[in-house]
Design a protein around this ligand. Structure first.
Ligand SMILES: [Ca+2]
Length: 182
């Protein structure tokens, strides 16, 4: 074969391998979460304002045993370690029953996982994450996976990414978390 034919064959084989991987292990292409997103602070007393170049939104609704689980207004605003500032993921207004908007504002392009918001919320006494970054809605230090059946819907479709779900910049997702006691 000529060099061109070899190159073409190589490219074709690579393409086939890519699609096989995509079909058989879609998780392979999930980006790694940037958990450091929990620590970012806009305009706080202890931080320089590094300039926010990315500003987008996701929405979150939660229920525990069929009861709406409210996300408090101003979560992530003026909290310990970020006084008079806002965490890179924060809430202004909260919904009484529906989806609450999460504001995501970062100084660089990050893969911001849903769990980062739980880490921020947890600092204010809300549901936290266990040491292995699993949901801990009741903050008893035991992964909620041991205590609840957990269903996650993103725009109505079931997702199994849970804490590691990346909130994308190019769309506003409706994320629903449904916890049911075992
Ligand atoms: Ca728990």
């Amino acid at each position: 074969m000529s060099i061109e034919q070899w190159l073409f064959a190589g490219a074709a084989a690579t393409t086939v391998a890519f699609f096989l991987l995509a079909v058989y292990s879609p998780g392979t292409f999930e980006p790694d979460p940037d958990w450091s997103a929990s620590d970012g602070c806009i305009g706080g007393l202890e931080h320089d304002d590094s300039g926010i170049s990315h500003h987008y939104h996701s929405t979150l609704k939660m229920s525990v045993d069929d009861q709406h689980y409210a996300i408090p207004p101003n979560t992530g605003i003026d909290q310990a370690g970020c006084r008079e500032g806002m965490r890179w993921i924060h809430v202004h207004n909260s919904a009484d029953t529906g989806f609450t908007t999460l504001h995501i504002e970062t100084s660089e392009r990050l893969n911001v996982p849903l769990g980062s918001f739980f880490e921020i919320w947890g600092r204010e006494g809300g549901p936290g994450m266990t040491v292995d970054r699993n949901f801990d809605i009741n903050r008893n230090g035991i992964s909620d996976w041991d205590e609840y059946e957990i269903t996650m819907l993103v725009n109505g479709d079931e997702s199994t990414n849970y804490e590691s779900f990346i909130m994308e910049e190019d769309r506003t997702d409706q994320i629903e978390l449904i916890f049911t006691s075992k």
